[in-house]
Design a protein around this ligand. Structure first.
Ligand SMILES: NC(=O)c1ccc[n+]([C@@H]2O[C@H](COP(=O)([O-])OP(=O)(O)OC[C@H]3O[C@@H](n4cnc5c(N)ncnc54)[C@H](O)[C@@H]3O)[C@@H](O)[C@H]2O)c1
Ligand SMILES: [Zn+2]
Length: 381
């Protein structure tokens, strides 16, 4: 289980969605294959590359070089980095630029960036001329293992996150694990929470492998490719069975109901990245499962130990400014959790654990015990 891996040929994960099936190509240095792959898929196509300023600095040139070498025309569209671009203003900027670039029904939009760029460019592609195909080149770990897989695209409304969107599957995903070398360590760690999530929710052996190999994932060894591929396979399998989240896909929300409340409580700011909220949320979900007797305390401690080992926050008290700013209020957190779309008739839907490696959807959780649990956690128990 701990034998060192070697960098291998690219790994292809196929997302089996019938006539919307597509490949995710994962490997170190697969970005230069973007042009030839697109040329093979769509001879003569025109493209627009959507990216953000930070990613552009590092990865726009190699992207354009690969396209040019394959004889593919491209226009660049660069948005500001950060969640603010997933907005009406960002959508206007990208849509108008796509129209100006004369991107037609048979052309391609290429999203090169993290989840913000992927969600924004994917949505712009979904509505441009009633739907233009798009390619994802995810450049954050979160995007490689999560947002680029599954076809959810969209923007935020001033009234809430991801309130406007469409299911629009990409036609190809190129996940080059070497592009993650320029990602900040904190962003990398936040994305890692989603990697660990796949182990905790459905794959005990993968979780054990992560416990043994996490440092090589961070340092960029071949374990990184394996971790990205295993995560994509896990998500692709769930998405193939439940594309529109009528059931099983909800398992991917493990840690997210607690996590979203914490993100909202910190104003979706740099105080808590999404993946950091998910890390704390996963620990809370595990500890609440233990309190209900669904798993042992040792199992919950194991989840927490691993996330802490990679430097992720695991306790409410780990959030910056925690004590000063009213975050330490179980009722306020419950109100934020109740705003989550996973609430029906006063009952919470939580993703809980039956084992490390086996999550279940618990659709009818009474709020009172959750509130008491949070109170105890806030008091440091
Ligand atoms: N569609 C889905 O299924 C899905 C799933 C999960 C999350 N999301 C969305 O994804 C977004 C978060 O994604 P994210 O964490 O990737 O955020 P992000 O896109 O804002 O990227 C994080 C930061 O890292 C920078 N960056 C990205 N790649 C880099 C690289 N290789 N080198 C240097 N800097 C780089 C970006 O410029 C940005 O500043 C949220 O809007 C969330 O709602 C969508
Ligand atoms: Zn997430």
């Amino acid at each position: 289980m701990t034998a060192p891996l070697k960098h291998s040929d690219p790994i292809t994960v196929d997302v089996a969605l019938g006539d919307r099936a597509y490949d995710i190509v994962i490997g170190r240095d697969v970005l230069p294959t973007l042009g030839p792959r697109i040329a093979a898929l769509r001879p003569g196509v025109r493209t627009a590359v959507v990216t953000d300023r930070t990613v552009a600095k590092h990865w726009l040139e190699p992207t354009e070089a690969s396209l040019a070498a394959a004889g593919i025309a491209s226009t660049r569209i660069i948005v500001d980095e950060g969640e603010g671009s997933k907005s009406y203003a960002g959508l206007t900027q990208v849509s108008e630029a796509l129209i100006a670039a004369k991107i037609e029904r048979n052309d391609l939009v290429i999203a090169v960036g993290g989840g913000v760029v992927g969600d924004l460019a994917g949505f712009a592609a979904a509505i441009l001329r009633r739907g233009v195909d798009f390619v994802q080149v995810p450049t954050s770990l979160l995007a490689q293992v999560d947002s680029s897989v599954g076809g959810k695209t969209g923007i935020n409304s001033p009234q809430g996150k991801n309130l406007l969107g469409a299911f629009h599957q990409p036609v190809l995903v190129i996940a080059d694990t070497s592009v993650l070398d320029t990602l900040s360590p904190r962003q990398f760690r936040a994305g890692y929470a989603e990697v660990a999530k796949y182990g905790v929710l459905g794959d005990q052996a993968f979780f054990a492998w992560l416990e043994a190999n996490h440092s090589e994932i961070f340092s960029g060894g071949a374990a990184r490719e394996h971790a990205v591929a295993t995560s994509c396979r896990a998500k692709a399998a769930i998405v193939a069975r439940d594309e529109r989240e009528t059931g099983e896909r909800a398992l991917l929300n493990l840690g997210h109901t607690f996590g979203h409340a914490l993100e909202a409580a910190t104003g979706f700011s740099d105080r808590l990245f999404h993946g950091e909220g998910v890390a704390i949320g996963m620990v809370l979900a595990a500890e609440f499962s233990a309190q209900l007797g669904m798993i042992g305390q040792a199992d919950a401690a194991r989840v927490k130990r691993h996330l802490a080992a990679v430097g992720l926050p695991t306790r409410l008290q780990d959030i910056g400014g925690f004590a000063q700013e009213g975050l330490a209020d179980a009722d306020a957190l419950m109100t934020l959790m109740a705003q989550d779309k996973k609430v029906k008739r006063g009952k919470l839907t939580l993703i809980l654990l039956e084992a490390v490696g086996r999550a279940v959807i618990a659709p009818n959780v009474e709020p009172a015990p959750v509130r008491d649990f949070l109170r105890a956690k806030l008091a440091g128990n």
